[in-house]
Write a protein that binds this ligand. Structure first.
Ligand code: BGP
Length: 485
């Protein structure tokens, strides 16, 4: 309906905050009964410097699991949030966070992934975190699976390649939904689910020595199992905690055509569809037609259970979330871009890039918000966005990260524009409010935070928390509800 008056800025209940993941902040990877996860194996066995994710083998997993000397790991996996959560949440509260996105590690609660009874010590940790958030009125947004699963499920049944993993995961989700009923208003199922096409870190399935066809076959099949598990989780949550909402989570990377040549525009559209495919299934409840052709062209056959399509159709997500770091460019003759590594895609001469080649595109965020709102008509949530940089601690103990402020300011400005365009946006949790271990490099020196953590790539340091210049800036942004940027 035409309305003369339209929203010009952030709504009063806009959810400002930050996002982390268990395996990147918690540390304490082997205490209180926690099982080893795929994330620790990835950190330990792959050549992260070159961003290669495809070299995990069953042997390297076994060697990683057997190695208790801990020499190959970064010394602490995370920044010991496990023991510093009170201090850290207090700092989040000082910035005025309305929401904190974090993940619950499945292997803290079910160390082997498929036990009948949960590990009480693991649940007790998340009890403490939730109680602390409540103290400051910070709402939890919990990711159920952020790039990790119990490694036992890989060794036993090749992770998500097996249909049996659905039941194991949904036993975990039911357990936490019941335990935290009334305490967690927002949940996400799989972090950046689309990166499952890159392999192990998301699927927990070893496929290193297979042909590209066989890898794609395993990965899309594993992803199908995740779609079903996500829909079942939605069903469970709506029954157990009817007021709570559950969302999908996509690594959104818009693809622009490399030229106005229609063949390039069409190639970009296909890349974009392949990215949005995951949210299409989770939000619209069915496999989109355009993937039939892609699957047929690539000889991929998805094995579906008799009820799978009905389950997907009946339990779509309540809201749609995504991470947004960059956009990319393609041409008709660019070939397959994505599989096997953290592809940053074709270059865009109009954009600057981070030290890691991630092309910074604030206006692209407005474009993508509009496109996703048009496509799904469900509330959107930007649950990751931020700038990885090598921050320098000055002699007087400060970090002057004006480049980070600049990056965030430009993205928040574009979110505001999108709201004025009519997009329904629930909130914004920038990535890594406190410095944490980088996913793609496994190192500490790629930092995102408002809070500096004294720890180096070798895991050495006092773990002292230090406010960067961006800390006071974000505090001001939240206090003014996005007016004072
Ligand atoms: C996303 C992941 C996060 C996170 C972030 C930044 O893909 O969901 O876990 O780490 O990217 O990436 P990186 O740490 O590689 O800089």
């Amino acid at each position: 309906m035409y309305k003369k008056d339209y929203p010009k800025t952030f709504p009063d209940n806009f959810l400002w905050g930050g996002a982390t993941a268990a395996n990147q902040v918690e540390g304490a990877w082997n205490i209180d009964g926690k099982g080893v996860t795929t994330a620790e194996v990835v950190q330990k066995t792959t050549d992260r410097k070159h961003m290669s994710m495809g070299d995990v083998t069953t042997d390297s997993i076994k060697a990683a699991v057997a190695d208790t000397t801990d020499t190959l790991y970064p010394k602490r996996r995370g920044v010991d949030f496990y023991h510093h959560y009170q201090e850290d949440i207090k700092l989040f509260a000082e910035m005025g966070f309305k929401v904190y996105r974090f993940s619950m590690a499945w292997a803290r609660i079910f160390p082997k992934g498929d036990e009948a009874e949960p590990n009480e010590a693991g649940l007790a940790f998340y009890d403490r975190v939730l109680a602390e958030l409540k103290k400051y009125d910070i709402q939890p947004l919990v990711t159920l699976s952020h790039y990790e699963m119990p490694i036992n499920l890989t060794l036993k049944q090749n992770g998500w390649a097996s249909r049996d993993t659905i039941a194991a995961f949904n036993h975990f989700t039911e357990t936490v939904f019941k335990r935290y009923q009334g305490q967690v208003p927002y949940w996400l199922t799989f972090n950046e689910i689309n990166t499952g096409t890159w392999g192990f870190h998301e699927t927990g399935a070893v496929d290193t020595n297979l042909s590209q066809h066989d890898q794609l076959q395993i990965r899309y099949q594993a992803l199908h199992h995740q779609f079903v598990a996500s829909a079942i989780a939605t069903k469970q949550l709506h029954k157990i905690d009817p007021k709570a909402k559950i969302g999908s989570m996509l690594a959104r990377m818009q693809t622009y055509p490399g030229s106005p040549n229609p063949v390039d525009v069409q190639a970009a559209q296909l890349e974009d569809d392949k990215n949005l495919f995951f949210t299409d299934v989770q939000a619209r409840g069915e496999y989109p037609e355009y993937m039939n052709r892609y699957f047929a062209d690539n000889g991929i056959e998805i094995q579906m259970g008799a009820d799978d399509q009905a389950i997907l159709a009946k339990y779509p997500v309540d809201f749609i979330s995504f991470s947004y770091y960059m956009t990319t460019v393609t041409k008709a003759d660019a070939g397959e871009q994505v599989n096997g590594n953290m592809a940053t895609g074709g270059r865009n001469p109009y954009l600057e890039e981070s030290e890691w080649g991630w092309q910074i595109d604030p206006v692209g965020l407005r474009i993508t918000l509009n496109e996703m709102w048009d496509r799904y008509r469900k509330p959107l949530f930007v649950v990751e966005n931020g700038l990885g940089a090598v921050d320098k601690l000055t002699a007087d103990g400060h970090v002057h990260d004006d480049y980070r402020i600049d990056y965030l300011r430009k993205h928040i400005t574009q979110m505001k524009e999108a709201i004025a365009d009519g997009v329904q946006l629930m909130g914004y949790t920038m990535w890594g409010p406190i410095d944490l271990i980088s996913f793609s490099t496994s190192e500490m020196s790629k930092r995102y935070g408002f809070i500096y953590v004294d720890q180096d790539d070798a895991g050495e340091g006092s773990l002292k928390r230090i406010k960067k210049d961006s800390f006071a800036w974000y505090q001001k942004v939240i206090t003014s509800n996005g007016e004072d940027l």
